[in-house]
Write a protein that binds this ligand. Sequence first.
Ligand SMILES: [Zn+2]
Ligand SMILES: [Zn+2]
Length: 308
Amino acid sequence: MLWSYYAYVFELCLFTITNGFEKVAYLAVFHVCFVMFAWTYWKSIFTPPSQPSKQFHMSYSDKERYENEERSEVQKQILLDIAKRLPVYTRAASGAVRFCDRCQVIKPDRCHHCSLCEMCVLKMDHHCPWVNNCIGFSNYKFFLLFLTYAIVYCVFIASTVLQYFIKFWAGELPNGHAKFHVLFLLFVALMFFVSLMFLFGYHCWLVAKNRSTLEAFQYPTFHNGPDKNGFNLGFSKNLQQVFGEDRKYWFIPTFTSLGDGHFFPMRFLSESRNPLLASEEQCEDGGSDEENYILRRGDPSVTIELDA
Ligand SMILES: [Zn+2]
Ligand SMILES: [Zn+2]
């Protein structure tokens, strides 16, 4: 990034381009692209992954009961009893409640343990070596914008450098250190553009389907078995899940994703029963424990019952 900044601003704009208007226009647009690219990259790197809240951790008494139990069937039942108090709808492939032994936590839906970060990450997408961070609920929007602005940056550089590349190549401009930088700017911009397009295209498809990278490889399992479209709410609602409802914030790297990362609306759960969309406290009698889930969020007075 630093080299591309130096090469574009100094070697191309200041030392090579002679037309004053062209110089100013290129510098202005370049700086907008560069700032957005650097800002989204920064946010992807330095936004820590979000972890399951306290309610998903085992209480001291539950932990003692679980650890002293040797029969695996009873252990499973203990986890099931705890999970009934939480908005947990997905299960392990075996049908058991998803539990992380290392973090001692009931995994919320779409949460996975990252062995590199050594923690459970909400709506984990993947661990990204390019940003040295886990991409998940807290920074997925930033990561997508980073890919977007990185592509915009590469396209802008490639399209403005091309004519000078040809001039240097044809010998119309003098040989010098600027030539080396300008030739490499085009090569590097095109190389990154092609590789980023693959990743970007794949993530556009994932967002459209409301799937994480992990879920694309292993479909989430619900009561009725694995369902690759379990969280798919339709294209525009899927977009809103990541980017928020207000379109003016879609292209700015501020957190606007919907929800708290612990519960995600599902295809088979109608909106009126969705605890994130329900504005009032709902309390309904009836239904067996198997069918009802009680969600307790930060405020203990908010208790919502849901039909599965
Ligand atoms: Zn974990
Ligand atoms: Zn990680």
